[in-house]
Structure formats: structure tokens, C-alpha cells
Design a protein around this ligand. Structure first.
Ligand code: BES
Ligand code: MN
Ligand code: ZN
Length: 503
């Protein structure tokens, strides 16, 4: 769907559908909705007085003007309570409305800039939120379905502005398109089956993205990974006939004058658990175990699109976790690239192993911050719930607060978790420097504490997104399947980090 800003008035605009909104529990519609209501001889007020439409978030109604206005349909979307208006309410309202337009096979749709009247949102902000919400909602993964792809609706969305010389809406649309494209890249990767989305496939997608977005890309193959002595990543990868890749994406490469942030994403393209094998039930969602890596690839795409004044490096250690005659075993001892030795207790705690080598690699960029994101532990899902929040660990308060503020803005919830010193004891090994698991309790804290041993820079944060990998589709702009969680969060965080005042 194409989106543009067009000067025009909704009540005189010819389209298959025009979208207006209503705040919750208002008796008199305001601004653009009021004008539309008058043009429709009060039929919006009828919906309100009869109690058929309350303006609750997620609510949508369709009105048929029968010639009272040029548009064939009017879609009314609930914005929720006016005092609680956030950009996310706009994303959701836009998403619900555009999904209704798709259902009605409306090709040409126009919309008001939700929340810019009484809601107090800036034009650019609203245009960006509508663009993000609409495009993310229309994302439709068809996979390998052999049936013909249905015709895509709508084809055109016009956001109505007053003055065609005002470029603010167009700028918001541009930003929203960059963001939604990054989310789609991540969702595609995580939705693809593991026999297609291999480490090499991820590297190819990263390479194509780099070419179109203007990023630097480097893909390390097994021999180069060996030369770097990444024994932890190689240990995980050695059981699979599908070779590993270490993917490096870079925005503003070589700009030593800029602050550098490194993002690290877990890229386990399938997690069987290895010899500590998962149950059939536990294994069935594990094509999504590269969602952190996918989020980093998607975020780098957004960062390039937004031209952030920051040097950003994305590192994705990618491997399959499989069993075979050459797979790693429990009680093997691996040596990571910083020389730290690790006794493998569970081959299913593979994510922290390949992240360890990537976190060591991050150090060479002398970053002002490193953020890793991973579907790391079932324990995090037990602690915070499925689809509720990702766990956030940080060694730096400012980094944690910036991430929390970004998460609040993008509505990709994060919840702070502790790095208590007691967790160290749980990962002490008799025969090596560390064990890769810490026993039955405190599993999310011990996993983060393990990672901390590979960090030698002052500001590091770890995001455990295991519970946020997939959805059943309860948020209107996050369709069933892979969520693309983390793309917007990381991009928003980077934008805030770039704009921060240096300490
Ligand atoms: N990829 C899994 C974690 C996971 C579980 C992600 C469910 C998404 C949904 C990870 O590699 C894993 O297997 N973790 C183990 C760690 C344990 C062996 C210490 C777990 O959580 O059970
Ligand atoms: Mn595992
Ligand atoms: Zn895993």
C-alpha cells in the first residue's frame, strides 16, 4: 500500500473509504469527525446516542453516506480515552481501521491525522504512527502456500492535510515506512521455516538489505570464525551440517567521529536443544529462535532509513542447534574468544554460548553501549508471561532508562530485572571458568549473569524476548505469527541515544 500526504477535506474527498475517529465516551464529536457528522446529517451522533459506538480503542463502525459526501464509506475508529491518548492509541486505531478497509476491499482510502486536534499530537508524530500502524497491520505472510496470493487491499492511503506546502506529514510517513519495512524484514525471517531460513539465508537477507539501504556488510564463514577462536559459537554449530555464519552490519561505517552502539542478536535458526533435547512440544516453535538476530537486521535497516547520526554495528551469530555424531555434548568444555572456558551442562542453553563470542567481538568497536536481544530462556516467559513483556538487564542506569523510555514509546514492553551477585555462584564450575546453566531456579538471572562474563565495556544491556517471539494476534498491528518485536524498540532507543547529552 502506498501512503502519501494530500491537501484536502474529508467531507469533499472522493475515495472508497474515509477514516475518522472518536474519543471514548464523548457525546459530541469534535474537529474533523464533527464536520463529517454534519455532512452525514448527524448519523455519527446517532451511533453515539444509541450506544452503538462508544469510541473504545479497537472499535470500528462503517457508515454508508449514500451521496451525502463523495466517499463511498466512512469508517469510524475508536481512539480510547482522550486523557490517555498516546501514539500507540493512534497506531492501533489506524490498524483497526485499515484492516476494516481491507475486509471491504476498499482500494483508495483517506484518513484524518488522528490525535492532532484535541489529542495534541504533532502532525509528524500522527502521520508516522498511522503509517506504522497501517503497514504493520497489513503485513501478510503467505509463506509456501500454493494457493494464489489474494489481491492486496487497500492500494492507496491518503493522509489529509490542510496545506500542501506543509511537509511535516510527508516526513512522518517517510519515517513510518522505514520502520514498518524493518519490522517486515524481521517478521519474514522469523516466519520462514528453518529449512529455508538457515544462517546463510539470514546472511543473504542481511547482504541484500545492506545493498538497498546503504549499510556495510561482512559475513564470516566457519574458517573465519575459527580464526577468531569463537569456540562457544563453534561448539553450538558443530552438530549441524548447515554451517554457521557471523553477520556484521554497519551503519555509518568507519565514522570514528561518531559515537558507536553495537546491537547483538541471537540467530539460532533452529533449536532442537541438542543432546539435551527438547520435547516435541517444546521444539515446535523453535524456528523463531533467531528472532533477536532478525530484530537486529530489521533495526539496522530502520537506522539506515532514518539516517541516524550514530555509528551502529549489528552482530548476528547464526547457527543451528542440532544432534549428530559430531554434535557437542553436556560436559564438553568450550573456550570462548576471550579465553573464558565454559563447561556445557545443557546443550539447550546454546543461545548464551553464541552470544558470548559476539559480545566479546563487540568490544573492538569501543562502543558507548552494547545491547543484545535474544529468545534466551523459558524462565523469562515463566517470570513475565507470554506476550506480556521482555526482560531487561543492564549494567548502566542511563542505558536502562533510555531503553525503558523507548519501550514505552513503541509499546514493546520491557521489564527491568536484577543482576544479583548471588547468581554468580550458580554458574561456578568445578572444571572450567563457568557452567552454561545455573540450575532450576533463577534461570533468567543466571543466564544474564553468564553473558556478563563476556562484557568488558561500561554500558551493556540484555533483552530476553523469549515471551515476545510470536503472537496469536491480539494487537491489531501485530498479526498472528512472528511479532517483529524489538525492531522499533532498538531503532527508537538508538534515536534517543544519538540525541542524548553526553555525560
Ligand atoms: N530458545 C530457548 C528459549 C526459549 C524457550 C525461547 C521458549 C522461546 C520460547 C533456549 O535456547 C533454551 O532452550 N533455554 C533453556 C535454558 C535452560 C536449558 C537453562 C530453557 O529455557 O529451558
Ligand atoms: Mn535452547
Ligand atoms: Zn535457543
Amino acid at each position: 500500500m502506498d501512503i502519501r500526504a494530500v491537501a484536502g477535506r474529508l467531507e469533499s474527498y472522493a475515495a472508497d473509504a474515509v477514516i475518522v475517529n472518536l474519543f471514548e465516551n464523548v457525546t459530541e464529536p469534535g474537529s474533523a469527525t464533527a464536520v463529517m457528522d454534519q455532512a452525514l446529517n448527524g448519523s455519527i451522533r446517532d451511533l453515539i446516542t444509541d450506544g452503538d459506538f462508544t469510541g473504545k480503542a479497537g472499535q470500528v463502525s462503517v457508515l454508508y453516506p449514500r451521496g451525502a459526501v463523495p466517499a463511498r464509506r466512512v469508517i469510524l475508529a475508536g481512539l480510547g480515552a482522550p486523557e490517555k491518548l498516546t501514539v500507540d492509541a493512534v497506531r492501533r486505531a489506524a490498524a483497526s481501521a485499515i484492516l476494516k478497509a481491507r475486509e471491504l476491499k476498499a482500494a483508495h482510502v483517506a484518513s484524518v491525522l488522528h490525535g492532532t486536534g484535541a489529542g495534541g499530537l504533532a502532525i509528524e508524530e500522527s502521520a508516522r504512527a498511522i503509517t506504522e500502524g497501517s503497514l504493520m497491520a497489513l503485513y501478510d505472510y503467505r509463506g509456501q502456500k500454493s494457493s494464489e496470493k489474494p489481491e492486496a487491499f487497500p492500494k492507496q492511503l491518503d493522509l489529509l492535510i490542510l496545506d500542501d506546502k506543509d511537509t511535516r506529514a510527508a516526513e512522518g510517513i517517510q519515517q513510518g515506512m522505514a520502520v514498518a519495512a524493518g519490522v517486515a524484514v524481521a517478521r519474514d525471517l522469523a516466519n520462514l521455516p528453518p529449512n529455508i531460513c538457515t544462517p546463510d539465508y539470514m546472511a543473504q537477507v542481511a547482504t541484500e538489505l545492506a545493498q538497498t539501504a546503504g549499510l556495510k556488510v561482512e559475513v564470516l564463514e566457519r574458517r573465519q570464525i575459527e580464526a577468531l577462536k569463537m569456540g562457544a559459537l563453534l561448539g553450538v554449530a558443530q552438530g549441524s551440517d548447515t554451517p554457521p555464519r557471523f553477520i556484521i552490519l554497519e551503519h555509518n561505517a568507519g565514522r570514528d567521529d561518531l559515537d558507536t552502539v553495537v546491537l547483538v542478536g541471537k540467530g539460532v535458526t533452529f533449536d532442537t536443544g541438542g543432546y539435551s533435547i527438547k520435547t516435541a512440544e517444546g521444539m515446535v516453535s523453535m524456528k523463531g529462535d533467531m528472532s533477536g538476530g532478525a530484530a537486529v537486521i530489521g533495526a539496522l535497516g530502520v537506522v539506515a532509513g532514518l539516517k541516524l547520526p550514530l555509528r551502529v554495528v549489528g552482530l548476528i551469530p547464526a547457527a543451528d542447534n542440532m544432534i549428530s555424531g559430531h554434535a557437542y555434548r553436556p560436559q564438553d568444555v568450550l573456550t570462548a574468544s576471550n579465553g573464558v572456558t565454559i563447561e556445557v551442562i545443557s546443550t539447550d542453553a546454546e543461545g548464551r554460548l553464541l552470544l558470548a563470542d559476539a559480545l566479546v567481538y563487540a568490544s573492538r568497536y569501543q562502543p558507548s553501549a552494547v545491547v543484545d536481544i535474544a529468545t534466551l530462556t523459558g524462565a523469562c516467559v515463566v517470570a513475565l508471561g507470554e506476550g506480556v513483556a521482555a526482560g531487561l538487564f543492564s549494567t548502566d542506569d542511563r542505558l536502562r532508562d533510555t531503553l525503558l523510555a523507548a519501550a514505552d514509546f513503541t509499546a514493546e514492553r520491557l521489564w527491568p530485572m536484577p543482576l544479583f551477585p548471588e547468581y554468580e555462584k550458580a554458574i561456578e564450575s568445578q572444571t572450567a571458568d563457568l557452567k552454561n546453566t545455573g540450575g532450576r531456579t533463577g534461570g533468567v538471572g543466571t543466564s544474564a549473569t553468564f553473558l556478563k562474563h563476556f562484557v568488558d565495556y561500561p554500558a551493556w544491556a540484555h533483552i530476553d524476548m523469549a515471551g515476545m517471539m510470536t503472537t496469536m494476534g491480539d494487537v491489531p498491528y501485530v498479526p498472528k505469527g512472528a511479532t517483529g518485536y524489538g525492531v522499533r524498540l532498538l531503532a527508537e532507543f538508538l534515536q534517543r541515544w544519538a540525541g542524548r547529552e553526553k555525560a
